[in-house]
Ligand binder design. Structure first.
Ligand code: GRF
Length: 225
């Protein structure tokens, strides 16, 4: 295939961030290495001056800040965010540490074409402070999930999970580090599946390679701690 033809079929992706953007970096690295057949069309942050915006600029990706503090309501912010995203005509929207609760109109608009990464083995530990909560609950294993986004917060169908052990010496910071290493493996993997047309949401479930996955999605056991 000519270079022009291979570029023409690349999936356009808009990435939403609020902070450090290490998951965004994993996607950028995947594109740079030729492993991820996507074009990151834009990176949008709801917070100004975050590290993720610097990462995007360094990679030559257009960036935008849409500060939620400038909007009177959650609905007004989400409407403007949809307008901003759609101007880039993405085939996929990737939430990468985007710390916002989304309105149902927003999640409905991108249903089946928006992914999120959540640092727990969903459905366990939805919401915040997942690492400390896993330690406090005496879990022997913890991990990270990539899922389709639906109206239910951290509740959409799981695509892939990576499991890591919880060690007796762990604190939330150490455990978060072990989990983050896996985040940077499974997020590019899920995006790649989607870009290759292997992954979709069917009747509220995850379909991978033509088969519906069980509730916990595709399982990856991380040996490397
Ligand atoms: C990650 O831990 C992710 O699981 C959660 O937010 C964090 C984002 O980190 N949703 P980064 O901005 O990608 O470094």
């Amino acid at each position: 295939m000519s270079q022009a033809a291979s570029q023409a079929i690349k999936l356009r992706v808009v990435v939403l961030i609020s902070g450090s953007g290490s998951n965004l970096q994993a996607l950028i690295d995947g594109v740079d290495s030729g492993d991820l057949p996507i074009e990151i069309a834009a990176v949008i942050s709801n917070r100004p001056e975050v590290m993720g915006l610097t990462r995007a600029s360094k990679a030559g990706i257009p960036t935008l800040v849409l500060d939620h503090k400038n909007f009177a309501s959650r609905e007004a912010f989400d409407i403007e965010l949809m307008r901003t995203i759609d101007a880039y005509t993405p085939g996929l929207v990737v939430l990468a540490g985007f710390m916002r609760i989304l309105t149902p109109a927003f999640t409905e608009h991108y249903l089946g074409r928006m992914l999120n990464i959540h640092p727990s083995l969903l459905p366990k530990f939805q919401g915040l402070h997942t690492h400390q909560r896993a330690i406090d609950a005496g879990e022997t294993h913890h991990g990270v999930s990539v899922h389709f986004v639906t109206a239910e917060l951290d509740g959409g169908p799981v695509i892939v999970q990576a499991r890591v052990p919880v060690l007796p010496t762990d604190d939330a910071g150490l455990l978060a580090k072990r989990v983050q290493k896996q985040e940077h493996v499974i997020y590019p993997l899920a995006v790649k599946w989607f870009a290759e047309g292997k992954l979709k949401m069917t009747n509220g479930k995850t379909e991978l390679n033509g088969e519906l996955l069980a509730e916990n999605g595709y399982q990856i056991e991380a040996n490397d701690i």
